[in-house]
Design a binder for this molecule. Structure first.
Ligand code: G4P
Length: 532
């Protein structure tokens, strides 16, 4: 294929994840994006609640039992000459380490915030992972059709809570019953809100120029206009200037306002986002940055989904293409094993269908049948290429339990099962610092993973376990190479453990104990992520 065509295709790609706290409106906003992309005809098809959620994926029995999707998928659609890949980050009860890993595959993030609540816990966690990667973050403040916090307070909340500068691209006029629309700072006009756009993309947005006082009085009213003028003056005087460079470095977040449910402000957001967000950016292989446009096909595995089909015990490895074009007719190299092979059944996993791919480009995500050779973080490239991408870090679990085996005769199956499941990255396993596998502590990011573990050990390995919850909520890897764990003094609630690679860790019940332990041990370095 002509290399210019490949470059054109790659430059069209925008691959992003949406981060938010449950109920902020991520699903509703995604629906509206799809509506603009023509990927669905009527909003509501992404999550017609229980039924559509089943359609998204019914891979695991447990999903069917609970009616939720444990796995994440990708949605691809075209809009404004761009090919958009939205990575789904599971958010409710199915929040897990995979949610974090998915962020490793995104080039930018859209942060959805509920205007009445400001920054919430889960947003904060996901944001931390985004800043670790310095990816651009775009903010959509949602639910302006409901009573909202003061706009300046919302911006302060983002700045103080997340430590990122904000630059409003538009500004809301009122909220709730008094929501009149938004002022577009760049265009210097007002876009009026009408409560009639729900579910359609043809909405009749009215644009009013700032010198058209008759229209302003009619649609906005004098009081709201005066308030707006005061706010804009304050903003122009004190707010951060827009700087695309800073946006792209993840130091400044452009802020937009709207209502996903009423489909207001969504297209303006999408349009600006696509202009400001970058096409696929380079990734590090050792000291080299691999250019997505110039380099041949490379990809890395960011997620492994096991047992999508129980009859075959199959696994699917999800890969993010980092450079070049993938051609299904060619062989590729799995760097970690050194094997050359043809990827098996490469597919794009859409919300409700799986499409076999014959080609794909940097920025795209594909799922590949995994005969058991891929691990999270692995690199795939052309034969003879020497690229090896940095591994995906291990993220701190937040829930811990001691695992008790009910039938101790099945020790071998138990150890095999739990180690395999840990290798796939669904759970993390730890041992008491001075013991072996006889005492296993399991750590998970989302509590549902406990159920997944119990269910899988039973159904795949015939092993029954009991999980005894432990009170710890904070885990830290000890970074000091020369540490003597026996002399380390912590708080009374602290526990010393090690991971499967014998790396020392500490468990704490609360954040205070973490700080106290650092204070008590001079030079002690603790970290929340562990680079692999
Ligand atoms: P999530 O994926 O982030 O968890 O949120 P989701 O889109 O499911 O939205 C959570 C709830 O908030 C839904 O209401 C949804 O309709 C509502 N919502 C989303 N965007 C807006 C908005 O801009 N304005 C208002 N007023 N509400 C919004 P629900 O009652 O829980 O579900 P449903 O029965 O409406 O689907």
């Amino acid at each position: 294929m002509n290399s210019n065509t490949v470059k054109e295709e790659i430059n069209k790609r925008r691959t992003f994840a949406i981060i938010s706290h449950p109920d902020a409106g991520k699903t509703t906003l995604t629906e509206k994006f799809l509506l603009y992309g023509g990927a669905i005809n009527m909003a509501g098809s992404v999550k017609g609640k229980a039924t559509a959620r089943h359609a998204v994926s019914d891979w695991m029995e447990i999903e069917k039992q609970r009616g939720i999707s444990v796995t994440s998928s990708v949605l691809q659609f075209n809009y404004d000459d761009c090919c958009i890949n939205i990575l789904d980050t599971p958010g409710h009860q199915d929040f897990s380490e995979d949610t974090y890993r998915t962020l490793m595959a995104a080039d930018s993030a859209v942060m959805v915030i509920d205007a009445s609540k400001g920054v919430e816990a889960q947003t904060r966690k996901l944001f931390k992972v985004c800043t670790m990667r310095h990816i651009p973050i775009f903010t959509f403040i949602n639910k302006m059709d409901r009573d909202a916090m003061d706009t300046f307070d919302l911006l302060d909340d983002i700045e103080n809570n997340l430590g990122i500068a904000t630059c409003p691209i538009n500004w809301p006029i009122g909220s709730g019953k008094n929501f009149k629309g938004i002022y577009d700072r760049h265009e210097d006009h007002i876009v009026t809100f009408a409560d009639t756009l729900k579910g359609t993309k043809e909405g009749t947005e009215n644009h009013i120029k700032m010198d058209d006082m008759d229209q302003i009085h009619e649609f906005i009213g004098e009081d709201a206009y005066e308030k707006l003028q005061g706010e804009i003056e304050l903003l122009d005087g004190a707010g951060a200037e827009f700087d695309l460079d800073e946006v792209r470095k993840g130091q400044l977040t452009p802020v937009f306002f709207g209502s996903a449910l009423q489909n207001f402000g969504v297209e303006i957001f999408l349009h600006n986002f696509l202009k400001m967000a970058t096409p696929p950016t380079g990734r590090n292989s050792g000291n080299e940055v691999i250019d997505p446009l110039e380099h041949d096909f490379t990809a890395f595995v960011f997620k492994i989904q096991a047992n999508m089909n129980k009859a075959h015990r199959d696994r699917v490895a999800f890969m993010r293409i980092c450079s070049g074009r993938y051609d299904a007719s060619q062989e590729v190299q799995h760097v970690q094993s050194g094997k050359t092979m043809r990827l098996s059944q490469p597919q794009q996993l859409m919300a409700d269908e799986r499409k076999i791919l014959s080609e794909a480009y940097a920025g795209d995500i594909m799922g590949v049948f995994d005969p058991g050779i891929f691990s999270i973080g692995d690199t795939v490239c052309m034969p003879k290429d020497t690229v090896k991408y940095e591994g995906i870090p291990t993220f701190a679990p937040e829930h811990f339990a001691r695992v008790r085996q009910v039938d101790t005769m099945k020790r071998k199956q138990f150890v095999k099962g739990i180690t395999q499941i840990a290798q796939e990255g669904a759970i993390q396993i730890f041992q008491e610092y001075n013991m072996g596998l006889e005492e296993i502590i399991v750590g998970v990011v989302g509590v549902l993973q406990f159920d997944v573990l119990k269910f899988r050990l039973e159904s795949e390995y015939g092993v029954d376990i009991r999980l005894e919850p432990l009170p710890y909520e904070h885990i830290r890897w000890v970074e000091n190479e020369d540490i003597d764990m026996t002399t380390l003094v912590g708080t009374s609630d602290m526990k010393k453990i090690k991971d499967m690679n014998d790396r020392p860790l500490l468990l704490f019940v609360n954040e205070w104990s973490v700080g106290m332990t650092i204070d008590r041990n001079k030079g002690l370095v603790l970290s929340e992520f562990k680079k692999n």
